[in-house]
Ligand binder design. Structure first.
Ligand code: UD1
Length: 421
């Protein structure tokens, strides 16, 4: 199994190219199942989750042709229905995103229920309610979601989401492109990845308005056409490198990153003493000044993303003063806390809040990754720690970060990947 060995204490300097967003790529690959014409996706990040999603849509007859390292053409001409197996959904919860497209296209869909997930219960009830609002009969049989459209196919309707779930908004939007008549999604997620899915669907021929606001309207059904779409840069990857630069007291230019997509993250980092300014190529992060702890509450976009909470906690551990970090999106998303403590962080957990007492000098130690964002938080802490940090279970990292170790090495970090028994 691969481990990362990090020699801490080096400043990051230079430039990092930000990849296309994994969380935008996954629904767009699923969306290709809706179309009658090929979809060319550019800016696909080379990460394990994208590979898994490509394999999944291939199992439904889509032909995936790679056109360079970051581009693929997905041809749905021979698409066929089938069941999304438990193994795939268990490995990657986003597999559930094929449910809406399969139902809309074939009139029925069977997808295994995602199992319990390491970062909380993560139910799919909102996805199912959204599909029911479009006329589908939805039930669960022996651990499998079974959805069936009415005889004439899905019909447009009004979907009110009880909370602005990213995945449920995407499921609803995709299914509605093949429904007859107008669909309105209220309390929709406003994330850049939702907007990017809408842009991709529009390029494919769909009529969608309001993506990026709480109210999205889709006029179906769609006349599909061949499309090319460039995936939006990954704001979580950008935020991760911004924090990595800051924790080492370094300066990094994040090419392709958009300050406005970072939303509250930009403000939090600036309050913490990090300077951020747009450049011709993207975003400059200057972390050479003193750092201080700032309280953070995770919230749906444009609030502080839960996907940057673990990384921020590493930063707060070395910044001056205390920071209260509240997690409101997922329960049980503090699994990185005991591992950060092994590196010398002082964090007290109380329910969904963590009090981080900063000003710590971190010291290298062996630590274990538990999920994608937790694993990168340990790498970030390792960059600031004195001596050697060994992060095991880095396969979590490879699910969502393209060449993290190589990108960091190019900016001056001392990291090597080793295969250990
Ligand atoms: C997406 C992201 C993930 C990110 C999360 C929150 C992808 C592939 N993944 O996940 O990286 O951490 O958004 O920004 O885009 N919920 C329900 N019922 C549902 C659906 C969700 O109760 O049917 C709850 C979840 O348990 C969670 C909250 O809603 O507490 C937010 O989840 P959601 O926005 O759906 O996250 P995902 O789309 O799964």
């Amino acid at each position: 199994m691969d481990v990362l060995v990090i020699e801490g204490g080096r400043r990051l300097e230079g430039a990092v190219a930000i990849a296309g967003a994994k969380n935008a790529a996954l629904p767009q690959i699923a969306a290709a199942l809706l179309s009658d014409a090929p979809v060319r996706l550019a800016g696909l990040p080379r990460v394990a989750d994208v590979e898994t999603m490509l394999r999944l849509v291939e199992s439904y007859g889509l032909v995936v042709e790679h056109a360079g390292p970051h581009e693929a053409v997905l041809d749905p001409a021979a698409a066929r229905n089938g069941e999304a197996p438990y193994d795939s959904v268990r490995r990657m919860r986003a597999s559930v995103l094929v449910l809406g497209p399969l139902l809309a296209r074939f009139g029925e869909a069977r997808v295994s229920l995602p199992g319990g997930c390491a970062i909380g219960a993560r139910p799919v009830d909102l996805h199912l309610k959204a599909l029911a609002a479009l006329g589908a009969e939805v039930g669960i049989e022996a651990g499998v979601i079974v959805a069936e459209a009415p005889a004439g196919g899905l019909v447009g309707g009004r979907i009110v989401l009880a909370s602005p779930s990213v995945g449920a908004t995407e499921t609803a939007m995709m299914a509605a492109t093949r429904a007859r008549g107008e669909t309105e999604i209220l309390n929709a997620a406003r994330d850049p990845e939702v907007q990017d899915l809408a842009a991709c669907l529009v390029a494919m021929g769909a009529t969608i308005e309001g993506a990026g606001t709480h109210r999205i309207r889709i006029a179906g059904p769609t006349t599909w056409r061949a499309a090319r779409h460039e995936i939006v840069p990954d704001r979580i990857e950008a935020g991760t490198y911004a924090i990595a630069a800051a924790i080492t007291g370094g300066r990094l230019e994040l090419s392709g990153a958009h300050l406005e997509h970072l939303a509250v993250v930009g403000e939090v980092l600036e309050s913490a003493g990090v300077r951020l300014f747009p450049t011709d190529r993207g975003l400059m992060v200057d972390g050479t000044g003193p750092l201080r702890g700032v309280d953070v509450t995770t919230e749906p976009y444009p609030g502080f993303p839960t996907d940057l909470q673990a990384q921020y906690m590493a930063l707060a551990s070395v910044a001056e003063g205390a920071a209260l970090v509240r997690e409101t999106v997922f329960e049980n998303r503090f699994m990185h806390v005991p591992e950060l403590s092994r590196l010398g962080a002082d964090i007290r957990l109380e329910g969904t809040s963590a009090l981080v007492r900063g000003g710590r000098k971190l010291k290298g130690a062996p630590v274990m990754a538990t999920d994608l964002r937790a694993s990168v938080c340990l790498v970030i802490a390792g960059l600031a720690a004195q001596g050697e940090t060994v992060v095991s279970r880095v396969y979590h990292l490879d699910r969502g970060y393209e060449e993290l170790d190589r990108k960091l090495v190019r900016c001056g970090a001392a990291i090597r990947r080793e295969t250990r028994a």
